[in-house]
Ligand binder design. Sequence first.
Ligand code: CA
Length: 230
Amino acid sequence: MADKTILIIEDEEDILALMHYNLTKEGYQVIGALSAEEGLKFLLEGKPDLVLLDLMLPGLSGLDLCRRLKGAEKTASIPIIMVTAKGEEEDVVAGLEMGADDYLSKPFSPRILAARVKAALRRPRRDVPPPADNSALHIHELIIHPGRKEVLAEGQPIDLTFTEFHVLYFLATRPGWVFTRYQIVNAVRGEDYAVTDRAVDVQIVGLRKKMGRYGKYIETVRGVGYRFKD
Ligand code: CA
């Protein structure tokens, strides 16, 4: 892991120092920046494997920087974990829709920080579609057959509508990633569907009901969206 470089952009020096210490201890090369502008300077010279990005920064905001990184070819593929304070759910939604990969809410423990960084470096990027090979997906006690549009829970079929199936499959192919309602609708129906938060919520309610005790794998992330349990 020593070959992985992490750029932390955080204006609170204590928090930056703490994150720097903990990630260095985990074996990463860590670079700290106290502003988006300072972070950009590093990004022009080197290419970190991951950026931890505080959203509330003086000057250029974390969201502005996220937009710039995801919009530039050189930096678009670098995973971004947003670091947020309570009450910034709207910014989290905006950041995820811009292409940020994940987020961490302050305060967080060193253990959570290390786990999320490790996961973001390990997992395929959330905006890369899974291989369309139609082979069955095995997750927890579920087997999901995209070709047959069939779900088996411990061998028992679960009868889902077409849309419910696609919502489930979309989430289950990227366990652990949080998706906004908008992203779910786009993935399932295509761009031309009239997007309402309610439409996704209705699908999720239906899905959970039909999945019974397996419905717990679809987790609600308050104020942000949904996630399939990792
Ligand atoms: Ca801040």
